[in-house]
Design a protein around this ligand. Structure first.
Ligand code: HEC
Length: 122
């Protein structure tokens, strides 16, 4: 093999490894089951509100929120978590919210705890 071809092949190989490891890391979805139980309280203010503001309200806020779903208030976030598919969508690998991919297991565990504790506001 010519030396330049060898270098090209090596670079191609390394690029493949690099791409594979990135996409591979994105595909592995941590399960909340792998985490130790959460000991701290999770309240709307500040934890859940921060999760919504950091991950959701760019689409689910403003004058015409996606799917008609506004996630900027306690009442709305609670209603969506309580009687809609919000928690399910946040854990749905095939159809996640946010659409860019499910959030970390830590964040999803916080949402689960908030629901289990009865949606404390403050
Ligand atoms: C990039 C924009 C975007 C972001 C960010 C986003 N969403 Fe959505 N969301 C959408 C769109 C568009 C739809 C409607 C299409 C669909 O259901 O996939 C939707 C639908 C939903 C639905 C279903 C509503 C229904 O009536 O079925 C829920 C629940 C939801 N989003 C929750 C969230 C939550 C919670 C977050 C943050 C953790 C979030 N979304 C982040 C764009 C977004």
């Amino acid at each position: 093999m010519k030396r330049s071809n060898f270098i090209k092949s090596t670079l191609l190989f390394l690029t493949c490894i690099a791409l594979w490891s990135c996409s591979h890391a994105d595909i592995i979805q941590e399960s909340t089951d792998d985490l130790p139980p959460l000991q701290t309280d999770v309240k709307y203010n500040p934890e859940v509100q921060n999760i919504m503001f950091n991950n959701c309200i760019t689409c689910h806020g403003g004058p015409s929120p996606s799917a008609g779903l506004d996630l900027t208030t306690y009442q709305n976030v609670r209603a969506s978590a309580e009687s809609s598919n919000m928690i399910q969508r946040m854990n749905d690998i095939a159809n996640p919210m946010p659409p860019s991919g499910v959030l970390s297991a830590q964040i999803r565990q916080q949402m689960d705890k908030w629901v289990a504790d009865g949606f404390p506001e403050n």
